[in-house]
Design a protein around this ligand. Structure first.
Ligand code: 17E
Ligand code: FE2
Length: 413
């Protein structure tokens, strides 16, 4: 199959992309627009062709459960955790698999082919984790799925928390998680980070910690995570998710912190729609935004990307799988609608996220890499966001996986 009349990010002109089964065989500059020839030529119509969108942070064990058995009425993270603890009592293997697969279909419909899911392992039977390990195999034709062993109710503060984390990795989780700001004490938070970094180092797993997901400016576990990553030289394999307390740190502390963050080389994920909804809940006015310093992290040359976090779960009632919606909201919330930011904003849901997931040569429009790519509805990043564009075709392993027909408008006069 060939894709013709394709525009590529960061390269002038038009291209023909030749796909040879599962790999990209050639990327050939086109002097002019050409008419489709062979039956399997896909015409990008001078719009962007990009590698698939990435969902770097979602909780597939919890999606599509909002209101079961009760709604989160306060809108706080902590009530979300309580509501989820109630729902967790009734989860079954089949229930987890069915909801995860339904959600993955929603992601696929919006051009996502790489997903990192957190899965709650603070449950003695590890039912959700075992189900998700099966889902990872069942959906290989749709997405590459990374599973994080996520201790929702703490490692140190939950009965047998350390043993459950260790078992989850033995069963097949790809990534070690954590939640230091939820542990009972600061000391437990620090101990949980040392434990999980040891576990990752021993097992060769990646790390992705829910870190400082609170407006409390005293929540300073990010510095501990970054220092652990720096000393062990694991930075590029480590991700700090949320870090919303950074939005409440004063600038004097943050300037010192950034020095360490840069030296550590860790990655950052922000979930801007989730955080604008869950945070700021203990403020009156003026009210904090409750998101991390995405623009500043980016401008300091560090790696940061956007994730959805939730789709219709105890923490967030909306969501439809469309990561472009998160990008648009995030650019607003993070003061990133400046010209320069708009020129390269798709990085936040493609290249930067792929780096967070350590996808390496399994990702990108380059000869020899997997034949996974998207035909978009606009010619550049700015226009893609402005027009609220879509992924029109998603190609995986050299075959069309999803095709979207945009709504047609008929106007009189
Ligand atoms: N659990 C958590 O600790 N934080 C979140 N944002 C979600 C689940 C969705
Ligand atoms: Fe999360």
């Amino acid at each position: 199959m060939n894709v013709i009349n394709a525009r590529l990010r960061g390269r002038p002109g038009l291209f023909r992309i030749e796909l040879n089964g599962a790999a990209i065989a050639a990327i050939v500059p086109q002097p002019d627009v050409v008419a489709p020839g062979a039956a399997d030529d896909l015409d990008a119509a001078q719009n962007l062709v990009v590698p698939p969108f990435v969902e770097p942070h979602i909780h597939l064990d919890a999606t599509l459960t909002a209101g079961e058995p009760e709604w989160n009425m306060s809108g706080t993270l902590f009530e979300g955790i309580e509501r989820w603890a109630q729902r967790k009592e009734t989860t079954t293997h089949d229930d987890i698999k069915a909801r995860a697969k339904k959600t993955i279909d929603m992601l696929v419909d919006h051009g996502i082919q790489h997903v990192r899911t957190h899965v709650d392992v603070t449950e003695p039977g590890l039912v959700a984790l075992k189900a998700m390990v099966e889902v990872r195999e069942d959906v290989r034709h749709l997405v590459d799925l990374q599973i994080v062993a996520f201790p929702q109710e703490g490692i140190e503060s939950y009965p047998n928390g350390r043993a459950l984390m260790t078992e989850a990795i033995a069963i097949g989780a790809d990534v070690v998680g954590g939640i230091p700001h939820f542990e009972n004490t600061r000391e437990q938070g620090v101990a949980s980070l040392k434990f999980l970094m040891d576990l990752a180092e021993r097992s060769g797993c990646l790390v992705d910690v829910h870190c400082d997901e609170t407006d409390d400016p005293q929540s300073r576990f990010l510095e501990v995570l970054a220092e652990e990553a720096r000393v062990r030289q694991m930075g590029p394999r480590v991700t700090a998710s949320h870090t919303v307390a950074m939005g409440s740190y004063d600038n004097a502390y943050c300037s010192k912190l950034f020095r360490l963050l840069k030296r550590s080389g860790i990655n950052f994920v922000s979930c801007p729609t989730e955080s604008i909804h869950l945070q700021g809940r203990f403020d009156n006015y003026p009210k904090r935004r409750g998101v991390t310093r995405v623009a500043e992290i980016d401008r300091a040359g560090m790696n940061v990307c956007f994730g959805q976090d939730s789709i219709v779960d105890p923490w967030y009632p909306l969501g439809n799988g469309n990561i472009l919606r998160i990008l648009e909201a995030g650019l607003h919330i993070c003061h990133m609608l400046g010209y320069e930011d708009l020129q390269r904003c798709l990085d936040l849901i493609t290249e930067n996220s792929a780096r967070t997931l350590n996808l390496g040569e399994r990702y990108g429009i380059e000869v020899g890499r997997p034949a996974n790519l998207l035909l978009l509805s606009a010619p550049d990043d700015y226009e893609m966001v402005r027009s609220q564009g879509h992924a029109l075709v998603s190609i995986r392993h050299g075959e069309v996986l999803m095709r979207r027909t945009p709504a047609q408008v008929h106007r009189r006069g």
